[in-house]
Design a protein around this ligand. Sequence first.
Ligand code: ATP
Length: 473
Amino acid sequence: MASEAAPIESKEWTLDPETEYRFELDPGTSLAIKLIRGHAEVFGAELAANKPYLFGSECKAAIFTWRGCTIEVTGHPSTEYVSEETPMAAYANLHIAFEQMRVRALRDLRGSPVPDYERDKPTDPPRVLVLGPENSGKTTICKLLINYAVRAGQGWSPLLVNTDPAEGGWAAPGALSVAPVHSPLPTSSPASPLGAAATSAPTALSSNALLPLAYWYGHAESKRNPLLMERIIRNIGENIHDKYQVDLEGRTAGLIVDTPSSFAAGSGSSDDRQKLIKACVDAYKINVILVVGHEKLNVEMQRTLSNWTISTASAYTTISCTRTFTGRSSLPPAGISSASLGGETLSDLVLSPSSTVINFDDLSIFRIGAETMAPSSALPIGAARAVSETQAVPINPAMPGSGLLNAVLAVLAPPVNTDESERYDEEILDLPISGFIIVTNLDIPHRKMTILSPNQGSVVGRTAVIGSFEWSE
Ligand SMILES: Nc1ncnc2c1ncn2[C@@H]1O[C@H](COP(=O)(O)OP(=O)(O)OP(=O)(O)O)[C@@H](O)[C@H]1O
């Protein structure tokens, strides 16, 4: 029998007010952090005292304290140090400004008296678009501002919109999503930067309160199919609009939109980039653009979108993070038997995907656009595409080279309206995701395929869409 690993020694760190303990983890290692004295937070989510929090999967994060604290760290991070230079004071100021906007919006909605000094101030809640280069800390700022809003004690549930398909928000990479956030979002692993949600986590979790609405884009890069990206951005916007029509108070909490780094710069066409930024501005009625660490983009935004408040936040330069499909749970360092990972008890985090064999005809599978798609600007003048970017092309699993083996597919929700006369050609683009499957085996002679799914529900009769993500163990 293998002997248990010897407990790893713990180290105490005493942090002065407004400083942070930063760490980075190597692959396969984990770290447990316990708050011993004082108050501390990780990207805006408060740590409870005397409870070990587990970090894994090459996580890179910081424990910040406003008033000083002592933490106990168990594990061997590849880098650890205390930084006195943090952008937190600037972020807190932003939060205060947004909080005032929310209060004014709610006061206006309820018809409450307005103090004289506030009479000329706008009454729109903050609808913030966060732009910036790769690893500049965009997702972190979104999370922090959302966490401060939900902690304000006013009952706000701001919407967090994720338009970064490489990240996938609460769904799998390739998805764009939105969810109202009711409680602080945890940090534990770069594989699930926003924590788990009902659609991606085991059923026992408290984070199941988070119910995102997600659409399938299917690729990591926005330049692959900007037209489809734009359509999904607008679809999410329409859903938000519909929600706000029936939830007038909910609207006053505002929203925060995380974007991919390709919106700030990149190898794609700058026209497409500008179009996608404008699609976000229109679809989410953005009134604040927050540019993270990108002076040139800040100036460009001021020029093109002169009516908005543009703020620049200082960037945190980072190493790149590996992201995985499911965000497997990390094992705690030796000596730590119970800990919380991303706000959840470790024992609740065992995923149990189910494998099923289905007939080829049980599922209708499509690809949106052609498999390889040159941008429209690269086509010869006058040339038309054989397959348009938003055309749903059926895939026959019996055809060799279908690309289905090991592919990640999004299973779409059935159309709400089943009236045949209401159907339209591109309807498939407007259906949200209801789950994911991976094709693990194709048996062409018997016209059967094996699928692996995190959900137990049947997919028979459903529509699934392939993208460019492949599953690998
Ligand atoms: N103050 C900090 N101390 C330590 N790590 C940090 C700090 N701020 C952010 N990070 C880490 O840096 C990494 C990159 O940050 P983040 O994901 O927010 O950047 P991003 O701009 O959204 O990245 P991408 O371009 O991939 O979308 C994350 O792992 C995050 O946890």
